[in-house]
Design a protein around this ligand. Sequence first.
Ligand SMILES: C[S@@+](CC[C@H](N)C(=O)[O-])C[C@H]1O[C@@H](n2cnc3c(N)ncnc32)[C@H](O)[C@@H]1O
Length: 388
Amino acid sequence: MDFSKTSSLHVTCALGLAGFLEAELSALNFPVIRVSGNHVITQGNLTDCLKLNMSLRTAYRVNYELISAPCSTQQELKFLLKKFRWEEVTTVNGYMTFQSFSNHPTIKNTMFLNQFAKDAVVDYFNAQYGKRPDAGKFNDNAISIFVHWADNHLKVYLDTTGIPLDKRGYRFEGLYAPMQETLASALIMATGWNGSGALYNPMCGSGTLAIEAAMMAANMFPGLLRRNYSLMNVNGFSMAACEQLFSELSQLKKGDLQVPIVATDQSARAIAAAKENAKRAGVDHLIDFSVCDFENSTMKPGNGIVILNPPYGQRLGEEQQLIPVYKSIGSFFKKNCSGKTCFVFTGSRTLSHQIGLKASRKISFYNGDIECRLLRYEMYEGSKKRPN
Ligand SMILES: C[S@@+](CC[C@H](N)C(=O)[O-])C[C@H]1O[C@@H](n2cnc3c(N)ncnc32)[C@H](O)[C@@H]1O
C-alpha cells in the first residue's frame, strides 16, 4: 500500500476515554474531526498510524479507512467489497482476519458478516489470481479488517493495531483485578499531574497507575514496548522506516525524574508483582515501592498528588466489610496529606460516602462494565483558606 496516502482514521478507546484520547491526538498535532463515546476520528497516512500505535496512551486501536460508501443491501455490500483492490493490502500468500459491526436488519450476528466479507475478498482474489490468501482467527501474521455496516453506510477499515493497545506487554502478574493500562493512563491525566510534583499511590496493587505515571513523566511511549502491530503485515511495510521511528521516539525518553513516584500496598505479593511489571516497562528505577498499610505511607511536606484505587467489593457482603477502610481513607487524607490533592477511584457510591469529605470534583469512568468515579479532594494546608 501507499504508506503516504491520507485517509480517515478511526481511533477507538474504552467508553469514557474519548476526551483524553482527543487531547492526546491534539498534542500530537492530529486534527480532531469527531469525538464520540468510544472513538475519535482524525486523519493521517499509514506511517502516521504506526506513530499513533507507538505513542497513544488511552487508545485501543487505530483503524485506517479503506472504503466508505452508501450501502443498503447485501448485494451492494458484496459489490463494494469486490470492487476494492485487495492486492494493495496483501498478497495471495497472506493471511486475513475479519471483525465486524452492523445494525442492518439482515445481519443477525457478526460471525455471518465476517464470513460474508471474507467470502467476497476470497472471490476477488480467486477471480483475479486463481489463488487466495488464507483467512481465520487473528494471529501475529494477520492482516486485520474491520467491516462497519451501519445506517445504510459501509466503512471498511484496516485495523493497524492487532492486539489492542491496552495490552502494553509489561504486565507479568495480574492481582486483585488490575485496572486496564489505558484507564490508568487516563486517570493520571485526569488528576492533572504533570510530573512536576510528587505522586503517591498507596494501595497500588500490581502497580498500573504508578507505572503509567512514570512512563508519562519520563516521556516513554507505551507502544515502544511491543513490536507486533498488524500494520507490519501489510504490503509495502518498511521495517527500516519502522525502526527509524522507534529510535526517534525512544530518544525522547528522559533519563531521570526530579520528583518521587511512591507506590505502596499492604500485600507483599502485590508489591513483588508491581516491581516485576515496572521492570518490564523499564520504569522500576523511577518508582519507590514498599509494603505497608496505606495509613502508614509517609509523604514529604508540600504539594503533590495522592491517588488510591481501593477495593470496592463487587460481591454481596464485601461492601459492608470495606466501610472501615473508606472511613480511614478520609482520616488519612486529613492527617497525612496536608497540602496535597487527593483522589479516590472507586466503583461504589455507598463506600465513597464513607470517606466523609466533600469531593471538589467527580469524574465518571468505566472499569469494564462498572461505572466508577474519580473523586478529588483538596487537602489545603492548615492555615490556608479554601478559595471561593
Ligand atoms: C483494587 S486493588 C488495586 C489495583 C491496582 N489499581 C492495579 O491496577 O493493580 C486494591 C489494592 O488495595 C490493597 N489494599 C487493601 N487494603 C489496604 C490497606 N489497608 N493498606 C494498603 N493496601 C491495601 C490490596 O492489597 C490491593 O492490592
